[in-house]
Design a binder for this molecule. Structure first.
Ligand code: SF4
Ligand SMILES: [Zn+2]
Ligand SMILES: [Zn+2]
Length: 302
């Protein structure tokens, strides 16, 4: 197969775009897709101060590198979950990546916050991943607001977004359907959240990471009971093979025609939020979920 642009030997074949690319043309294609994703949804501009959540996986590291190459003001944030045998490896990957590229990096250690994930897991009687996700979102948001960042970027790609949308749709979860998308505007107590890789698939991001020589973290978290949405991603892969381009169409169609309807409905029925009595984070209860987890862990340790 030849490169669609320069006719050199293609290194990456993209069925959904009916095209093959050589390494240089693929990297330009990737950059253009990120640019289109940012501009078409007004995610941010070069005036913004962007905090990028770095998990140590290929998506978040690729996002950081690409935004910096496009001239945006980026700072990395890594949440050290304090999981023995896993967190130190992930943190090392992120630290080496930022040092190599000269990126600013902030690290929040959950052990220092009384929220080490093994201690939370020992205390809770429900699956750890939902509490862990809540804790990570809380610290992303809090760090962005406390340090004056104007956008918080995560490395979610098109496959992540479509799998989540599909899961919300088959449950008709109107609350999630009302605010899923590449842009969630900031409001009282919440930072503006953006997902600049929303037009790019996992395969495309993996190729970008490979071609850019990004070392990333492969070892799964020891508490992961299998990646979430795996079944949905598999279904969508089959659909995409039969109908190339359907994934992006489905997601864009939702953004244009589905989400506004759910958002209007949610605005009429949504629950009011108020600041947590302990930390000020917006919550529908008296005390927010993360403060309650922290208190439960402290009681357990006492
Ligand atoms: S798999 Fe591990 S890191 Fe991911 S949410 Fe679950 S506990 Fe947290
Ligand atoms: Zn080429
Ligand atoms: Zn709180």
């Amino acid at each position: 197969m030849k490169c669609k642009v320069c006719k050199a030997t293609a290194a990456v074949a993209l069925r959904s775009h009916h095209a093959g690319f050589c390494p240089d043309c693929f990297l330009r294609f990737f950059s253009r897709q990120v640019e289109r994703g940012i501009r078409s949804q007004n995610l941010f501009t070069s005036e913004d101060k962007i905090l990028v959540a770095l998990s140590g996986g290929k998506d978040s590291l690729s996002l950081m590198l690409e935004l910096s190459r496009q001239g945006y003001d980026v700072t990395g944030l890594h949440i050290d979950l304090s999981i023995p045998g896993s967190s130190e490896v992930t943190r090392g990957v992120v630290e080496r990546f930022c040092a190599r590229h000269g990126f600013k990096l902030m690290i929040r250690e959950m052990a220092a916050e009384g929220l080490a994930i093994p201690a939370v897991r020992a205390r809770l009687r429900r699956p750890i991943c939902s509490a862990c996700g809540k804790i990570k979102r809380y610290w992303f948001n809090k760090t962005a607001l406390d340090h004056g960042f104007t956008a918080l970027a995560t490395g979610h790609n098109l496959d992540d977004e479509v799998a989540r949308l599909f899961s919300n749709t088959i449950r008709w979860d109107t609350s999630y359907l009302s605010d899923q998308g590449p842009l969630l505007q900031g409001e009282d107590g919440f930072a503006r959240k953006v997902k600049p890789l929303w037009r790019l698939t996992e395969f495309e991001t993996a190729n970008y990471a490979f071609l850019m020589g990004i070392e990333h973290h492969y070892a799964p978290c020891p508490y992961s009971g299998g990646a979430s949405f795996t079944c949905h991603k598999h279904l969508w892969q089959q659909l995409e093979e039969a109908m190339p381009g359907r994934k992006l169409d489905f997601y864009q169609g939702f953004l244009e025609r589905g989400r506004p309807v759910f958002a209007r409905q949610e605005a009429e029925t949504g629950r009011a939020l108020r600041p947590c009595a302990r930390c000020g984070y917006p919550t529908s209860a008296e005390v927010c979920g993360v403060c309650r987890i922290r208190e439960a862990v402290a009681e357990n340790a006492a």
